[in-house]
Design a protein around this ligand. Structure first.
Ligand code: HAM
Length: 417
């Protein structure tokens, strides 16, 4: 008995009718990124599990419960990548790129995998476009990277967005603040959700951006890192704010913004869209000055972001697809179909998209199909025409037709297209 196999929960197909929006994003990215000096990189979809444990962090939701991890035949632990930054940094280090490219500006597209509870805008296989700039610590670079993100989002027509910015400090100021926060949270333990009770020991800063309303109430008035940053982190954040203002990029300072990945230092940001419901973050990123060294490279500062493409495309206006078939070859009979094969190839060689009818259908049925495909011209190949070395070319919009010698067909149609 036949079985209907469904797509795996949380995965989805991108159907031909939807590809136009995906291609548009790609076109905008490819037109914009070279203006900023970026080049594309593609890294594997799976990596050693340890890479994500060391970068994203063992105590994050992503590594703790959302990774697809398996042992390969040699017993090595492998994970499908839950995000792109770790693989890019691994690649930069393992290929020794920093010597030749002390400032490496990279971008990538690709699928990511997280075993989250699926809902609108949240998938288990989703796609990101991301950029990483490796090799510069200046806050003006953070501003430039944010400006790039906002320019791209505007160029694809993502609509109204809010940019939120924060500083998550550095290894010099964060530990002392963390102790302060944990002490405060321990006092309020009973009011926190189950996840946050666990986070108090594993990842206390995440409690601050928990979406459970009672956690929000319970943490009202707790000390915030922004008031406990070291002098250098404060100066860095100030420079980012000044730079954003200089470029007229509106933003909201959100002192509770905490990213769900451990590698961040200093600048962290998210772009939130009004039209997306609960999963409203369309893109996010920040600085990760310690990650290159953590993964075996020389101490090297870096900053980047990633955009969730499913969420971005949800925000874009759908454009009507232009028909792709220009010429429809209506062949009447087996001999005409054989000649049709040659003619179709000649038309394609002349740059015309064309579709040949392979079925044994009546002219009426073939014309109907040509119309449905949106063809502009139909070339009718009948026995009589073939014998005379000609074809009838019908213009569907003008409702006119003419007889053209086969030898001139490609040139005539290409000229008219
Ligand atoms: P992230 O915030 O984990 O950051 O993900 C970036 C974006 O990916 C999110 O804002 C969201 O649009 C999209 N996204 C995440 N999870 C899902 C999901 N389950 N379904 C659909 N979309 C999703 C990162 O991944 C960092 N690597 C960003 C970065 C690059 N930071 C520095 N460089």
């Amino acid at each position: 008995m036949a079985v209907h196999i469904q797509p795996v929960k949380g995965t989805h197909d991108i159907l031909p009718e939807e590809q136009g929006a995906w291609q548009r994003v790609r076109r905008v990215v490819e037109a914009t990124l070279p203006l900023y000096g970026f080049r594309e990189i593609t890294t594997p979809m799976f990596e050693a599990t340890e890479l994500f444990e060391r970068s994203v962090g063992v105590a994050t939701d992503i590594v703790e419960k959302e990774m697809y991890t398996f042992a390969d035949s040699k017993g090595r632990r492998i994970s499908l990548r839950p995000e792109g930054t770790a693989g890019v940094v691994r690649s930069v280090v393992s290929n020794g790129r920093l010597r030749a490219h002390p400032l490496d500006k990279l971008y990538y597209f690709g699928p990511m995998f997280r075993r989250e509870r699926p809902q609108k805008g949240r998938f288990r296989q989703f796609h990101q476009f991301g950029v990483e700039v490796i090799g510069e610590a200046s806050p003006t670079l953070d501003v430039e990277v944010i400006a790039l993100l906002m320019r791209l989002l505007a160029a694809v027509g993502a609509g109204a967005l809010e940019l939120q910015v924060n500083s998550v400090g550095c290894p010099r100021c964060r530990p002392a603040y963390r102790d302060l926060l944990v002490a405060e949270l321990e006092e309020r333990m009973a009011q926190l959700c189950e996840d946050c009770q666990r986070r108090v020991t594993t990842n206390p800063m995440r409690v601050l951006d928990c979406k459970v309303p009672t956690c929000g109430e319970a943490t009202a008035g707790v000390p915030l890192l922004i008031d406990h940053l070291c002098g250098e982190c404060t100066a860095h954040l100030d420079q980012v704010k000044v730079g954003l203002a200089a470029l007229d990029i509106p933003f909201r300072l959100n002192p509770r913004l905490v990213r769900g990945l451990d590698y961040y230092t200093r600048t962290a940001f998210e772009v939130v869209a009004a039209g997306l419901g609960a999963q409203a973050t369309v893109g996010a990123g920040g600085r990760y000055d310690g990650l290159v060294e953590e993964l075996g490279g020389p101490p090297t500062p870096a900053v980047g972001f990633a955009v969730g493409l499913e969420r971005l495309i949800e925000l874009m206006e759908v454009e009507a697809e232009a028909p792709s078939v220009v010429v429809y070859l209506a062949a009447l009979g087996a001999e005409a179909r054989r000649r049709g094969l040659q003619i179709a190839e000649a038309l394609r060689a002349a740059g015309l998209s064309c579709e040949l009818d392979h079925g044994d259908r009546s002219l009426k049925a073939q014309l109907k199909r040509a119309d449905r495909l949106g063809a502009r011209k139909v070339v009718i190949l009948g026995e009589q025409e073939l014998a005379a070395g000609t074809a009838v070319v019908r213009d569907l919009a003008r409702r006119e037709q003419e007889t053209i010698p086969l030898a001139e067909l490609a040139a005539t149609l290409a000229q008219a297209a």
